[in-house]
Ligand binder design. Structure first.
Ligand code: NAD
Length: 504
């Protein structure tokens, strides 16, 4: 896979072992501190590159400002056509993008293919919106014609995490440019490569040079510097709750708003009347796919007392049949934990859970053949909701199974969390399904399903899972300013502006 990766990258920049930024339509290598990325399968060094320095962040800021004006001066239809072409180019390059994502971001190849496909869909979906983001005419009680229109914010900053690099890149880029903005995107320093390629393909499709800029660098250096750039009008952050709060403070110091898409500890609730076979498969997919490194993971499994032991055993047993292996192996269903720091965190949380008295089923760090990498076995912890393993994000293939008595108890436990990103209920009782969906405090909720998301439907969190919404029409609103225009239409206008609300 290394050779395939290098052959793809050589079409873009020459030093394939390093990683540049992409600013004003050009690749520029940073001059800051070293950033090292490791191969999660064996711990070896994959890349070493230099953090984006101040000159890069400044260039990105100026390039975005100029390109944004050019983009907004185009017709909405022309912007939409270019966005369709971006989607098409992503489809044409799906295999290459998936290889790049797999090799440079430690993501299993089959997951990478699915995520690249979703990125194409995101550009196509928002391409359709580009000429439909129109306002309203408001029936005001005066002689005015009052209309409302949507305008771009200008230049927006997006900061994304390592767990879904290409997905979160497309997820935020597409609505931002559909609404007419220019973007500076800072991916995780651990996973910038796929974002660089998406930005390059967007330029090939015909966006103005500098409309999308990708900064390869650290958050505390390049990220913070970018927030301070005067022309950044909003920060859209996808990442951990701790960093999200830090970013909100920095943005507040500039008086600019944020969208925060943060972590979760989602409750997956199983009643005794559920289709148990289906619910077991759903519970496994909810936590073990992506090795649990998904913000919406069903990491708290709430199971009715009468089926608790049987259900936990079912989830743990079947989990043994997953293929755990190297990301580039096509048969791999569960890859390694992405990086050493996260691997240590998962191991630490398992130790804490044991000390707290959780019963571990199926635990053990697996010996994937020929690997010294960051692998963790799919694990079920039988525990209680007040334990740290049930309250803190583990972000690994570890589910905490918690027993509950009845519907009220299940809802109370589900809501006893500082997070509110997602959740699910498994039951054949339709009324109960809707009652639970109504009462669980979460931005996304599934009934007899898990993890279905689509760019057309809004996504975001309650509580410490963040604020603001991505996807769907809501994302376009997040990326827009709203302007209300008043036009006097009276034959003899009254000259008491602002004092008279009623001309009758
Ligand atoms: P992280 O918070 O460590 O990093 C996210 C981004 O913030 C990176 O680009 C990083 O460089 C940057 N950053 C770090 N410190 C910064 C600072 N001081 N100033 C500016 N930028 C800074 O998160 P992570 O470990 O990369 O990602 C995992 C987290 O992301 C998990 O908590 C997961 O739940 C969350 N996540 C949420 C969603 C969602 O949509 N809600 C989606 C994916 C991941």
């Amino acid at each position: 896979m290394k050779t395939a990766y290098q052959n793809i990258i050589r079409q873009y920049w020459s030093d394939v072992d390093s990683i540049p930024s992409f600013v004003g339509g050009q690749f520029i290598h940073g001059k800051g501190d070293d950033i090292v990325i490791h191969n999660a399968h064996d711990g070896s060094e994959l890349f070493r590159y230099s953090d984006a320095d101040e000159s890069i962040t400044q260039k990105a800021s100026s390039a975005a400002e100029i390109a944004g004006k050019e983009w907004w001066a185009m017709t909405a239809q022309a912007r939409g056509r270019i966005m369709y072409i971006i989607g098409d180019k992503i489809r044409q390059n799906l295999e290459d993008l998936a290889i790049v994502e797999c090799y440079s971001s430690n993501k299993p190849l089959r997951d990478a293919k699915v995520e690249v496909q979703k990125v194409a869909e995101m550009f196509e979906y928002y391409a359709g919106w580009a000429d439909k983001l129109h306002g309203d005419v408001i029936p005001v009680p005066t002689s005015h014609l009052n209309y409302v229109k949507y305008e771009p914010l200008g230049t927006v900053l997006q900061i994304t995490p390592w767990n879904a690099p290409v997905f979160t890149c497309g997820w935020q880029l597409a609505p931002a440019i559909a609404a007419g903005n220019a973007v500076i995107l800072k991916p995780s320093e651990l996973t910038p490569v796929s974002s660089l390629l998406v930005a390059t393909l967007a330029h090939e499709a015909g966006i103005p040079k500098g409309l999308i800029n990708i900064i390869s660098g650290y958050g505390h250096t390049a990220g913070q510097r970018l927030i301070k750039q005067a022309n950044i009008r909003k920060v859209v952050f996808v990442g951990s709750p701790m960093t999200g709060k830090r970013i909100a403070v920095s943005a507040a110091e500039r008086g600019i708003p944020c969208v925060l898409e943060l972590g979760g500890k989602s409750a997956n609730i199983v009643f005794e009347d559920a289709d148990i076979e289906l619910a077991i498969k759903g519970a496994q997919a909810a936590i073990f796919s992506g090795a649990g490194q998904s913000c919406v993971s069903g990491s708290r499994l709430l199971v009715q007392e009468s089926i608790y032991d049987r259900f936990c055993e079912g989830v743990a047993q079947a989990a043994k049949h997953f293929v755990i292996g190297a990301p580039q192996d096509d048969t791999t269903q569960i890859g390694p934990i992405h990086n050493a720091k996260q691997y240590d965190h998962v191991k630490k949380m398992l130790e804490i859970a044991k000390k707290e008295g959780a019963t571990v089923i199926n635990n053990g760090l697996p010996s994937v053949p020929d690997s010294t990498g960051y692998y963790v076995n799919p694990t079920v912890l039988k525990g209680q909701n007040q334990m740290a393993c049930a309250q803190e994000e583990i972000f690994g293939p570890v589910v905490v199974a918690i027993p509950f008595k009845d519907e009220d108890d299940a809802i109370a436990i589900a809501n006893d969390s500082r997070f509110g990103l997602a959740g699910a209920v498994w039951t054949k009782d339709v009324g109960r399904a809707h009652r639970v969906a109504d009462q669980v405090k979460a931005g996304t909720f599934w009934i007899n399903s898990y993890k279905s998301i689509n760019v057309a439907s809004p996504f975001g969190g309650y509580g410490d899972s963040g604020y603001g919404r991505s996807s769907g029409l809501d994302a376009l609103r997040e990326y827009s300013e709203v302007k209300s225009v008043w036009v006097e239409t009276a034959r003899t206008p009254v000259a008491n502006f602002g004092y008279s609300a009623n001309l009758e």
